[in-house]
Write a protein that binds this ligand. Structure first.
Ligand SMILES: NC(=O)c1ccc[n+]([C@@H]2O[C@H](COP(=O)([O-])OP(=O)(O)OC[C@H]3O[C@@H](n4cnc5c(N)ncnc54)[C@H](OP(=O)(O)O)[C@@H]3O)[C@@H](O)[C@H]2O)c1
Length: 345
């Protein structure tokens, strides 16, 4: 076995689901436990985790009644989906000590498993490994394939300062949209969208009826709606839609973030019919094709200097991850959110 020069501790921390979150999410839903770091067997590697992502959808995966198209977690399961790390011991010819890898395992300080469970990454492709944790495949598929946003379009993105929305708006701009409008939950986020991400206009959805804001910013109507939120924002977008507008329905944050019963949007069917609205909910699985489509455009747009990767890195190690999810749902962060676990600052 080859091992890194770094010392590997006997024990490390990981985060498990303590109880389902159907009744609401709090710190009590998580168990932070210390476990023995498993030595890699034949064909296996030991990976020190560098960063793990935190996303709104994790709350759904913590519920018995999870509506996502993947199995929810059970009490005792690791919380979290994926992350990036560095191989620190290897019993496999396929991965060497020092390789940067991506995994779909959960919130832990170390991962041990067959080399085939890890994807080797190019450590020099992006300024930081967290670029591999973007929600780009979803944002790109939704904006390019489902909504087909392009030249001449007036585009509205709800939840625009989040991991998906902050990329979706920039993708619409990069594809030539005439005007991109974003909604977010604070004046700081509104300024961020316009001043740093290149949105043409943005508004705080707490600032009066959403329909009034859309009529101000898009008097001719919106041609594309990329919806991360649902609720009032979906209802308003139907009313503000131009004929033949395309809706890509990606998320329902107003329902997902609520603790307890959330108000579902009303659907004005007659308006949708008479304006020939094309309303397409979609779920992405980050297939190799979707990842490839996104990666090619992401690298190119970054290199051309007309795209940024909005992200927040939170310190505090794996023990901080549960609190980061609670803060994320409360609107504390911008862009894709990751917790730094092992990689030095
Ligand atoms: N369809 C798919 O294949 C797919 C794949 C991945 C993710 N998704 C979905 O896409 C959506 C966006 O994901 P994300 O990771 O980018 O989430 P996110 O934006 O990082 O989620 C956190 C944000 O939700 C917002 N929020 C909280 N309560 C809200 C409310 N009542 N109304 C409106 N916004 C509220 C807050 O932003 P503000 O401060 O701006 O309120 C907060 O910062 C989620 O619904 C997720 O489940 C779908």
């Amino acid at each position: 076995m080859s091992s890194a020069v770094v010392s590997i501790p006997e024990k490390a921390f990981e985060v498990r689901l303590a109880e389902h979150a159907d009744a609401g999410l709090s710190a009590a839903n998580f168990d932070v436990v210390e476990v023995v770091v498993a030595e890699p067997g034949a064909g296996e590697v030991l990976v020190q985790v560098d960063y793990v992502p935190v996303a709104a959808a994790f709350k759904d995966l913590m519920k018995v009644h999870c509506q996502l198209p993947v199995p929810p977690w059970k009490p005792g399961d690791l919380v979290g989906v994926g992350g990036v790390g560095t191989v620190v011991a290897s019993n496999s010819p396929d991965l060497a000590v020092g390789d940067l890898v991506q995994s779909f395992k959960g919130w832990s300080e170390y991962w041990t498993g067959p080399a085939a469970q890890f994807v080797k990454l190019d450590g020099g492709a992006f300024p930081s490994p967290v670029y591999y944790l973007s929600q780009g495949p979803t944002a790109y598929y939704g904006m390019a394939t489902v909504a087909r946003a392009g030249e001449g379009d007036v585009v509205f993105v709800s939840g625009a300062a989040g991991g998906v929305g902050s990329l979706a708006g920039q993708i619409a701009k990069a594809r030539g949209a005439t005007k991109v409008i974003g909604s977010a939950g604070s004046p700081e986020k509104v300024a961020y969208l316009v001043e740093e991400l290149g949105f043409d206009a943005a508004f705080d959805y707490h600032d009066g009826p959403v329909l009034d804001r859309l009529r101000e910013h898009a008097p001719e109507g919106i041609n594309v709606f990329f919806d991360n939120v649902g609720g009032e924002q979906f209802e308003a977008a139907v009313q503000a839609a131009a004929p033949h507008a395309r809706f890509a329905l990606c998320g329902a944050l107003s329902t997902q973030a609520a603790n307890g019963e959330a108000v579902l949007p009303r659907f004005d069917l007659m308006t949708a019919i008479t304006r020939h609205l094309e309303i397409r909910p979609f779920a992405t699985y980050h297939t190799p094709d979707q990842i490839q489509d996104w990666s090619v455009h992401f690298s190119q747009w970054l290199a051309e200097g007309r795209f940024v990767y909005p992200h927040t890195i939170v310190e505090g190690g794996i023990q901080a991850a549960p609190g980061v999810l609670l803060d994320l749902l409360a609107g504390k962060y911008r862009g894709s959110v990751s917790v730094r676990v092992g990689e030095p600052a």
